[in-house]
Design a protein. Structure first.
Length: 561
């Protein structure tokens, strides 16, 4: 099945498997007794629908909160509308009853879908042979292709289930581990497993099924399935889970062996990518994030594909652009983090900066949507206009330039869940913590080389880092992640796992007020929002209170909630 259709047909699949994905208790994974194997598994199409079902619960990364990117929960950005749900996060008023990022249920529906498909397809080879022509050359080839496809789907279901547990664990820590459907007489009031148990499960799933996954859809004769999970994506998931587990939030004793395990897993991704996977860095940072460019790029390890639309532009174009709503606007905190590449220009603070700034952020005085952005008083983009940017900046990353929203023009938007630059930065972080900046430990790269490879990307070419100090490089790697991965929904989780959230997320968010003096733009730093981060409880999400109550004491609420 073409993966593009997986995401287009989510509603169709959801209806088709309503007995699996719906119900008041999403943790109750007991089999619906109104279905039998004979009525459910009637044909290959039904099995593939069940196989695609776990994909349908992957979240739209462009609509994580307030129907937009997750950046506004961190110091990356501010949501223009003061009535947005993200304000609950930022003023500390969210709780176990009202959590704007409450996708606990959706992730468990994805897990249930994976469990159900795995159990229903256990005898798929025998089932596929029933009432099939397995004698003629064409019939035999079709049967063999179907067997191959269902085998890949089964491995993908294991990895998707692991992915959902990773997403749950980074929010809640330990969660209930459900790996099968339960019969009607079993207890479904389950306690949470420990965080380490969840990570161990993720690692074991990848280790057990990585070699049953497609190596590279693009170069196979099944290229129309490109977008489904691959061995490289599974290896990268394992590595990311181990990197999080090694980070200070979870690795409270500073066990260096955990960093070594993460480094080894990340090295596996890189070595794999040097072979059949052929991973590399895209030569144009800006264009990588536009339309279908990432789908054909060697930088992409796993991307989620979406149908063409203009929703992202409608939500985030400047209010002065017809159809735009300003949406998520970059903060001065982020913009000021972009290094100068050349001599600072007093007349234009955005000149001679890291080229990724102009590829990520719309700055005042730059050309965007066919006009020069002027946010000074009385100008087209006057900051004092209702719903104009409160920070003095607009989002550019992922957004098509010059899309005519009044005529309904659309573009495709895809999201890189795992890309090679991110793997290199994860590798640099793990290697630095485990072995320091320059030690190879027998691998092909040291920490410094990995982070400098990202900085040396064609079109970016930032000066190479030079240091022998672990702490100095740690700070530099954190900075590089902030810049390279801006607006890719990493920043909040990075600050949490590093335990930097207390120092960063409790600080006021700044912007700039744009004025003019004698025809020259003047930028005055201003506080846009005050933020709250309560370290006693906010490093982990609260479990939904309804689930705590429903568990009758089995599920213990996270501390502080």
């Amino acid at each position: 099945m073409n993966v593009q259709r997986i995401y287009i047909s989510i509603l169709t699949i959801a209806v088709a498997i309503g007995a699996i994905g719906c119900g008041k208790d999403f943790l109750d994974t007991r089999i619906d007794l109104s279905q039998t194997e004979e009525t459910l598994n009637t044909n290959y199409a039904t099995l593939t629908s069940l196989a695609n079902a776990p994909y349908s619960n992957l979240r739209n990364e462009f609509t994580m909160i307030d129907n937009n990117l997750f950046a506004a929960v961190s110091d990356e950005a501010v949501q223009t509308s003061p009535a947005s749900n993200v304000m609950l996060f930022n003023n500390g008023s969210w709780n176990a009853i009202n959590n704007p990022d409450n996708y606990y249920a959706a992730y468990y529906v994805g897990i249930r879908s994976a469990n159900y498909f795995l159990e229903q397809s256990g005898n798929y080879k025998t089932f596929l042979a029933l009432n099939r022509d397995t004698v003629s050359a064409v019939g035999k080839e079709n049967y063999q292709n179907d067997v191959l496809n269902l085998g890949w789907y089964r491995a993908e279901a294991h990895i998707l289930r692991a992915w959902y547990y990773f997403e749950l664990s980074k929010r809640y820590g330990g969660v209930p581990l459900v790996t099968r459907t339960l019969d009607a007489k079993e207890n479904t009031l389950l306690p949470k497993n420990t965080y380490d148990e969840i990570v161990s499960f993720i690692v074991s799933e990848v280790d057990a099924y990585k070699d049953s996954l497609q190596v590279n859809w693009k170069t196979s004769r099944f290229a129309n399935n490109d977008g489904r999970l691959t061995k490289g994506a599974a290896l990268a998931l394992k590595a990311r889970a181990l990197l999080y587990a090694a980070s200070p939030l979870y690795n409270t004793t500073g066990n260096i062996d955990k960093w070594k395990q993460a480094a080894a897993a990340l090295n596996d991704v890189i070595v794999f990518g040097q072979g059949v996977g052929a991973y590399g860095l895209h030569s144009d940072y800006r264009n990588y994030f536009l339309e279908s460019n990432m789908l054909n790029s060697s930088e992409t390890i796993w991307a989620i594909r979406y149908p063409a639309d203009n929703n992202l532009e409608r939500r985030n174009y400047p209010i002065a652009t017809a159809g735009g709503a300003s949406g998520v606007t970059p903060s001065e905190d982020l913009v000021s983090a972009y290094e100068y590449k050349g001599t600072p220009d007093p007349a234009n603070p955005y000149n001679n900066r890291d080229p990724r700034l102009s590829m990520t952020v719309v700055t005042n005085g730059s050309t965007w949507n066919g006009r020069v952005i002027d946010q000074s008083q009385g100008a087209t983009d006057d900051m004092r206009k209702p719903n104009a940017s409160r920070t003095g900046y607009y989002l550019k990353k992922f957004l098509a330039d010059g899309l005519n929203l009044t005529t309904g023009t659309t573009k495709t938007h895809n999201f890189p869940v795992i890309r090679y630059a991110g793997v290199l930065l994860e590798y640099a972080e793990a290697m630095n913590e485990a072995y320091g900046p320059s030690d190879y430990n027998g691998y092909g790269m040291n920490a410094l080389q990995a982070v400098n490879m990202v900085r040396a990307r064609t079109g970016v070419v930032m000066p190479a880092l030079v240091t022998s100090d672990k702490a100095t490089l740690r700070t530099a790697i954190k900075h590089e992640r902030r810049i390279e991965l801006a607006f890719e929904n990493y920043r909040y989780w990075d600050l949490l796992r590093w335990k930097d959230a207390t120092a960063v997320l409790a600080q006021p968010i700044k912007g700039v007020m744009v004025t003019k003096d004698a025809g020259q733009f003047v930028y005055t730093p201003v506080v846009v929002e005050n933020r709250v981060f309560d370290a006693s409880r906010m490093y982990f999400y609260p479990f939904p209170q309804t689930e705590v109550i429903k568990s009758k004491g089995a599920l213990v609420q996270n501390n502080g909630w």
